[in-house]
Design a protein around this ligand. Structure first.
Ligand SMILES: Cc1cc2nc3c(=O)[nH]c(=O)nc-3n(C[C@H](O)[C@H](O)[C@H](O)COP(=O)(O)O)c2cc1C
Length: 373
């Protein structure tokens, strides 16, 4: 192996029995590329093959729905029935063929679901819609659906599964004092609010056995009445006790992402590193940090200062899939950077359109456009 200036970035790491060949992981990035109805499409296969060819150690595929009423969009990948397993198999294979570890994130969007009647821990309105509060029986059903979906991920040949506890989706909605107003065993005290994700994890682990389960983790909701790190780290410690493989820390939800102050924060390089560092202080588990880690020198510094164990690149890798190769050569300046002024990808997917990056060369854009149906 050729020498590199970024020694920490290219040091392998064992995570729950998996060997990551370096510290670069792809953080989940939904871009509206699945087929209508959430099937694995030629475009999504092409996208993840390209990401896996980048040289990143682990590719975490974007969120896939565990139940039809929990989908984030009509093009959200699905993992809620055995009929999707075959397609997911081709996706896992496409990634693993390129010598990257393949993970799939599973999710229920709760009050942010793209359905006429969303469900959530409590009836707290979101964007003009008031979700219906889940019954105790429905809570148990959902936990079983998470477990079945996780088993499908394993059966489809992925190396690991990730529970989506970020972005203010269902798992996070239970933890947040803002969106969980229940008065039963799932609401009120922090102990009660973290019950749902912990029970989901238990059922998932019972279903998949010896198979790594990671957690996308909402460390801070970035809202005055929202979840704060003082509470979220307690969940991190419980997740560790219950055998989670790693924690991938993030901040913000759809209700905070577009606030002017948060928009400004999101333009800064490494804007979520402090959250990862907070979590890392509370647990011994590997912690992933994402958020505009645009250069390998920044990534190296984060690792060296022990603010995180792994780097998560989402848009950063999508804009320039040669990021890891350029990093190995120490060629930071050659990396095509995602512009902090541009939020085209987010805007497009919010409008239900596929995202193509304005920074891409014409030929790459043409391939993606041709494959979109
Ligand atoms: C368009 C878009 C889609 C995303 N989709 C997901 C997703 O499916 N699951 C998830 O956990 N995070 C998702 N994220 C968050 C990213 O994983 C990541 O935390 C964030 O983009 C910051 O990293 P970056 O600056 O490298 O993009 C998404 C972000 C964007 C902009």
């Amino acid at each position: 192996m050729k020498e590199t200036v970024y020694k920490n970035l290219f040091t392998p790491l064992k995570v729950n029995g998996l060997r990551l060949k370096n510290r670069i992981t792809m953080a989940p990035l939904y871009l509206g590329y699945a087929g209508p109805g959430g099937n694995v499409s030629p475009l999504i296969l092409h996208y993840y093959k390209e990401m896996a060819q980048s040289g990143a150690a682990m590719i975490m595929v974007e969120n896939a729905g565990i139940t039809p009423v929990g989908m984030g969009s009509p093009r959200t990948l699905r993992c809620d029935h055995d009929r999707y397993t075959k397609g997911l198999e081709t996706l896992a294979e496409a990634i693993r063929k390129e010598k990257a570890l393949a993970g799939l994130q599973i999710n229920h969007a709760g009050r942010f679901a793209y359905v006429p009647e969303p469900v959530a821990p409590s009836s707290v309105p979101a964007f003009g819609k008031t979700p219906r509060a889940l019954t105790k029986k429905e809570i148990t059903t959902l936990q079983k659906q998470f477990a079945k979906a996780a088993l499908r991920v394993k059966q489809a040949g992925f190396d690991l599964v990730e529970l989506h506890g970020g972005t203010g989706y269902l798992l996070a909605q239970f933890v947040s004092p803002r969106t969980n107003r229940r008065t039963d065993a799932y609401g009120g005290s922090l102990e009660n609010r973290i019950r749902f994700p912990l029970e989901v994890l238990k059922r998932v682990k019972d279903a998949v056995g010896d198979f790594p389960v990671g957690y996308r983790f909402l460390a801070d909701e970035w809202l005055p009445d929202g979840l704060k790190p003082s509470e979220s780290v307690v969940l991190a410690q419980h997740l560790e006790k219950e055998g989670i493989a790693y924690i991938s820390a993030m901040g913000g939800t759809y209700e905070s992402f577009f606030l002017p102050e948060i928009v400004e924060r999101g333009k800064k390089p490494g804007y979520m590193v402090s959250l990862a560092a907070l979590v890392k202080k509370a647990v011994k588990l590997p912690v992933i940090s994402a958020g505009r880690i645009s250069t390998p020198s920044r990534a190296e510094k984060i690792l060296k200062e022990q603010k995180a164990d792994l780097i998560g690149l989402a848009r950063m890798l999508w804009v320039d899939p040669q990021w890891p190769q350029k990093a190995r050569k120490g060629d930071d300046r050659a990396i095509v950077k995602c512009s902090p002024k541009c939020d085209a990808c987010l805007q497009l997917v919010m409008q239900g359109k596929p995202a193509f990056c304005p920074k891409w060369p014409k030929d790459r854009r043409a391939v993606y456009k041709d494959l979109f149906h």
